[in-house]
Each structure stands twice: as C-alpha cells, then as structure tokens.
Design a protein around this ligand. Structure first.
Ligand code: NAD
Ligand code: WQD
Length: 342
C-alpha cells in the first residue's frame, strides 16, 4: 500500500513516516522544505532501514501538484501534514496562511477526485475548540470562532473536507492533535524549530542546553491549581501511531461516516510548572525560569476526552509526560552535539 505523506520531512510527518514504514506501508513524501531539511530522510532511513521516495514539491503550485499525481497513479491514501503552523506569524501574514493551508488542501482533494484516491487523513488541531466550556473536551464540543488565521485555516479545512466527502467517494479523518512533544527514541529525528521556539518544550530544552538564558512562564494567575495554564502533551510517536490506525480504519472501510474527527491526546492535563518539574526530574538539571505576564491569546486549560479514539480507533497513548520529555532532551543534546562538530 502506497501512502503519500505531505510535509513528511516535518516534525510530525517524519515520525509518522517511520510508524507507517514500520507497519508495512510504502511511504512517498512530498515537501517544499520551507520548515524542514532533507537530512530528515536519512534519519527515517536509519531508523527503519528504508528511505522513503521523496520529491520536492510546493503544494501551492497547482500545475506541479497535478503533474505529481499524473505520474504517481497508484497512491492508496494521503496523510496531509504540509501547512504553516506558527500562530503569531499567521496574525502578521494571514494571506500566507490562507494560501498555504487552504489552497494546498483544495488542490490535493481535486487530485483525489480525479485519480480515485479515497482515503484522506488531515492534521487538525485542538485549537478549533478555543477556550472550552467543559473539560475534558469531546469531539462534539462546539468549534469556537478562531482567534488566529492559523486556527481559522484548521476550521475551514475541516469544512472543505466535510463538503468534499459529501459529494465524492473520498473518506476522510481529521485528527485533532493536542500538544505534540518529544522525539523518536533513537534521537535520529525530532522537532527542529527555526529561530526562537514559540512552544514550551523546545524552549525548555534549548534553555537547559544553554542556547536560551531563561524560560519565561507566561502567567501564574490563571484559575488552575498552580496558576499556570494546562495542556495535554502527547508524545509525537503516540501521535504518529494514531495516524497508522486511522489509515487502517479507512482502508478497512470501518469508518461510520464519510468524514470523522478524533481527538488525539493523552486525556491528561499538565500545567506549565508540572512540565518544568518533570523536565528537571528526567534531565537532572535545574531549569532557569521566571514567571512573566500572560501571553495574549492563551487558553487557560485544554485536555482531550479520548474515549472516541480509544473505542473506534482502538488507540490510546502509551507514553507518559516524562518519557516524552526524556526523548525531547535526548534529541536536543544530539542536535547541539552535531552542530558543534560541524
Ligand atoms: P512542520 O512545520 O514541522 O511540518 C510541516 C511540513 O510541511 C514542513 O516540512 C514544511 O516544509 C512542509 N510544507 C509547508 N508548506 C508546504 C507546501 N506548500 N508544500 C509542501 N510542503 C510544505 O509542522 P508539524 O509540527 O509537523 O505539523 C504538521 C501538521 O500538524 C500541520 O498541518 C500543523 O498545522 C498540524 N498541527 C501541528 C501541531 C504542533 O503543535 N506541532 C499541533 C496541531 C496541529
Ligand atoms: C503551552 C503552554 C504557554 C512557551 C500552540 C498553538 C496550537 C497548537 C499547539 C497547532 C502555554 C506556555 C509556552 C513559553 C510558556 N499548534 N509557555 N513559556 O499555546 O498550547 O498551542 O501549539 O495547531 O494551535 O497555539 O502551545 O507550547 O506554545 O504553550 O509559559 O516560552 O506553555 O503559555 O500555557 P499552545 P505552547
């Protein structure tokens, strides 16, 4: 079975490529390397023993996308990761986000209808829920008005996919990721943020390694037990494995409706201070941090109700917060050691 992984050189795509190959799928990757590098292919090959077929492709180029599908007629399914993902940047450059996250999706779905590709998995986000009315969040919780163009692209994407599945043979699953962290246990692949990390865990590991002076904790006066925000941090390999079972559900036609959504999280919320403490425990290093003002736009608490994924996909997260942080720390150490050598 041949599976096209768009954005397969990126953080989640590369870990999913590993999980797919280990489950026996043949992986084809397209990527424009706007937020990744070709070295990732080597990492995937080292772990799995197989180098995925790779093509440089900018999915915004409709002609090139068409040419790709015309010359690859035997694709059984698509997992679509390719997108821009920085929330703050999306506020500054909304059109870049609407173009990159929406036009690419439309072009791919057009090719699916032309070439009878019926299985489609989409990277959605818990950001579609905004500030939830109750916790843990189930999939039928209302989708709130997005607070950023990035979040809006995820909501619109889900609608585009839903509408398409109603008038075509395409069956689709949107996985709403909570907060992916960590790296493959081999430390051959991991997260590689460009510039100053916006997300908590890469900022923690870069601070611990000495690349940043201090972690700013954004607010400790929220209505949570320790005053800091709560998130559902999921190990990226658990997330990767969720894609494999979602794909199998589509291929085995076990889906109940043409478009399904699933929360992919651990079901457990952790506060920023709890993450810091867990990191200090696994790294055996004290972390230099300071509480500063709240970051505008942060929701107070989000964590998933994963019962739908547990029952329908037969999936649940296997790795805990400490294991995820340990892998993130091993990855950071390896990346910096390699940088020093070069
Ligand atoms: P990433 O930036 O590491 O990976 C995305 C990949 O897509 C990159 O390799 C990039 O070069 C590629 N890409 C971007 N635009 C492209 C284009 N026009 N043509 C071809 N390739 C293109 O991001 P990630 O963290 O792996 O996220 C993957 C998906 O998951 C995204 O859709 C993101 O919105 C979604 N998501 C991520 C998170 C998270 O916290 N990382 C959470 C929820 C949802
Ligand atoms: C986690 C917690 C911060 C950095 C973002 C996107 C979301 C999704 C995942 C794609 C928050 C706190 C952070 C720092 C801190 N992506 N923090 N100091 O905000 O839950 O979600 O990534 O879909 O759409 O918005 O993740 O890692 O940025 O923050 O105190 O330097 O850590 O305030 O409470 P977030 P995050």
């Amino acid at each position: 079975m041949k599976i096209l992984v768009t954005g397969g050189l990126g953080y989640i795509g590369s870990h999913t490529a590993v999980a797919l190959q280990q489950a026996g799928f043949e992986v084809l990757i397209v990527d424009n390397m706007s937020n990744s590098s070709i070295d990732v292919l080597e990492g995937i090959a080292t772990i799995t023993g197989v180098t995925p077929q790779f093509k440089y492709l900018d999915l915004r180029d409709k002609e090139e996308v068409h040419h790709y599908f015309k010359t690859h007629r035997d694709i059984d399914g698509i997992i679509h990761f390719a997108a821009s993902k920085a929330v703050g940047e999306s506020v500054e450059k909304p059109l870049l986000y609407y173009e990159n996250n929406l036009s690419t999706l439309v072009y791919l779905l057009q090719e699916c209808t032309k070439y009878d590709i019926h299985n489609f998995i989409f990277s959605s986000s818990c950001t579609v829920y905004g500030e939830p009315d109750s916790l843990p969040i189930t999939e039928d919780a209302p989708v709130k008005k997005a607070t950023s163009p990035y979040g809006n692209t995820k909501q619109i994407s889900e609608e585009i996919i839903f509408d398409t599945t109603q008038v075509s043979d395409i069956k689709a699953i949107a996985l709403r990721y909570f907060n992916p962290i960590g790296a493959h246990e081999s430390a051959e692949i991991g997260e590689l943020p460009l510039g100053v990390p916006q997300n908590l865990v890469p900022f923690i590991t870069q601070t611990a390694i000495g690349l940043r002076d201090q972690l700013s904790v954004f607010g400790n006066d929220y209505s949570t037990p320790d005053g800091t925000c709560i998130r559902d941090y999921i190990h990226v390999m658990d997330l990767a494995e969720a894609h494999v079972v979602a794909l199998q559900r589509l291929l085995e036609k076990k889906n109940q409706v043409a478009f399904e959504v699933f929360n992919v999280g651990t079901g457990k919320g952790s506060s920023v201070l709890e993450v810091i403490q867990a990191f200090e425990k696994v790294s055996k290093k004290p972390l230099n941090y300071k509480v500063v003002d709240r970051r505008p736009g942060d929701v107070i608490a989000v964590y998933a109700d994963t019962s739908k994924a547990n029952s329908d996909l037969g999936w649940e997260a296997q790795r805990d917060l400490e294991e995820a942080l340990r892998s993130a720390w091993q990855w950071e150490q390896k990346v910096r050691a390699n940088k020093k050598e070069n």
